[in-house]
Ligand binder design. Sequence first.
Ligand code: MN
Ligand code: MN
Length: 339
Amino acid sequence: MRLCLNVRFRARARGLAPVRWLASCLFARVAVSVISLHDRALGAYLAFAAGDALGATAEFMTAGEIACTYKGGLRNIVGGGWLHLKPGQVTDDTQMSLALGDALLAARGWDLRMVADAFVGWMRSKPPDIGHACRRGIRRYMIDGTLCTPPADDNAGNGAAMRNLPVALATLDSPELFARCSLEQAHITHHHPLSDAATLLLGQLTQILLLGGSIADCRGCVTEFLGRHPRFHFEPWPGNTSGFIVDTVQTVLHAFFRNGDIESCIVDVVNRGGDADTAGALVGQLAGACYGVQGLPPRWLKQLDARIVERIRRQTASLLALPRPLPLRAATPSSISPA
Ligand code: MN
Ligand code: MN
């Protein structure tokens, strides 16, 4: 009786007949649960790249400048920005992720030296942009071959967290391996407790969603995280959009929890300016894992560089097909000639 009343009440609140309301709920349940792991993973990677390509246009602008330049907000991937990008071109965020993913696939497991070599190969390809800590860490590796940068106060940028999606995809069923590989790749260029904490959190949230977990599950994970790392509190949103990892995580979480689809998550973040491409990419990663590749606006998929889309499609499928648990390889001798 109580259940019956409840159904009637809720159905009326949605303006539907009770039977149709129940059917729509059941359908929503089914529709959510039929997003396959592959579609969530591909959604995460492509929405990450779309957030990068859209946000790069607004990187280092203020919200006010963006609002003046783009009536109704920046919503289409148009290129430009301080890097003078072609429409659909991606930046270091997507490129470093692809380099890390390629290293995982070449090793068919985890070989940190191959990851570092892939970063060197990327830096030598003359990318449009490269962060200060990334350049310094990759240079250090080229000079002395060390795989871990010493801890430093200025290592709390978002460069390590921004490229960790391939690790999240390759270690889905092993939290220990995920943590180990995430921190090892991070420490090639960034060694700071805030960067470490954020790299792990964003990867964990992504994995929860990839495995079909709910937004409420993510909330629980974040609440527990904030108990250990109160600096990351994001409600109310503190209003900072720099490349400092705390600012980035706050902006990303704020947008992820208050928007209900991929497009609004990314548009929300990108129009706040600052490190818009990286924050856009990271919120895209979460939203894409949550809503799946079907939730990506078709016009963004069309606007993205087709070669990048193809590499992401192939890499996503191959990363998911890697042996589980991911084999740990002894570090191979570097194939990189000294700088
Ligand atoms: Mn970038
Ligand atoms: Mn950036």
